[in-house]
Design a protein around this ligand. Sequence first.
Ligand code: 5GP
Ligand code: MN
Length: 314
Amino acid sequence: MLITLKEAAEKIKAANKILITAHVQPDGDAIGSTLALMQMLQSLGKSAQIFIDDTVRKNLHALPHFEEIRRPVDGEKFDADLMIVLDTSIDRLGNVKNLTDAPILNIDHHVTNKGEGVELYVETKAAATCEIVFKLARELDATITPEIATCLYTGLATDTGFFQFSNTRAETLAVASELIRCGVSPNFISEQLESKSLAEVRGLSAALNSLKMFYGDKVAGMILDHATAKTFDSTEGFIDEIRVIETVDVAFLITEKAPNFCRVSMRSKGVDVSKIAAKLGGGGHIRAAGCTLKTTLDEAEKILVAAIGEAFNN
Ligand code: 5GP
Ligand code: MN
């Protein structure tokens, strides 16, 4: 069921013991929005605990209060009167879903989130969930400390490609401006986020070596096999290196995270890749989407290239 931001704020005000979560394979927006909301709720005297059922890319570990994030252990239960799900629909929570039977409040900006079975505040124009959490702070009368601002700015920066993507609106920059006024150092955040391990740069080189073009050079794809992918923890930004090819409309990266478990990332300049991803069991935004294909790397490539071809024909 769709609700307003005010209604979402009312539900939060009425709760005392709150579990906060976001999607597996968490990005800067997932971690930034959960950490910011946790600090806001704690400042209002509520108990708030973040659970994320995945490992988190090292670059995000320096965010304020990162060490308070927990990963659920098998069979664990958590006593809560509200579960807040940020930056995703409830199908990408891993085992966090089994931690509590508390009602779910879902706050998101993905067009593919239909809010089935939960109360959802969705704002698809928001560049990041962090942009929504910023507005929520106003509704809750929570002060944006420099630490909270740092978390929120991280989500804005990562989901907009440092304010370059088409989701960057005047409102997005107004929020970023306000966050800098609240104490953010943009250069500190970019330096943290840009830093890569040697293995990651070698992985990028391997990915670029795998470059293949399809459909008259309108589609560019890269693959990373498990042997290479297991040596580093994030492929963030890899796909942007081929998205820039002048003839390319759709770029993809397939990463074999484990045998028969391939993660797909897509970026586009025109085609709605959220629809392609949704057809394959994933989701996302018009110009950035993803899914998981539980097949071999070769099979995943065939399935994905066929689905992209179909989208061009429609
Ligand atoms: P990325 O390529 O950066 O992993 O993801 C691009 C966008 O698509 C992000 O907004 C991400 O949340 C969304 N996305 C990626 N994979 C999936 C998926 O498996 N399911 C859904 N629903 N969304 C996804
Ligand atoms: Mn997001």
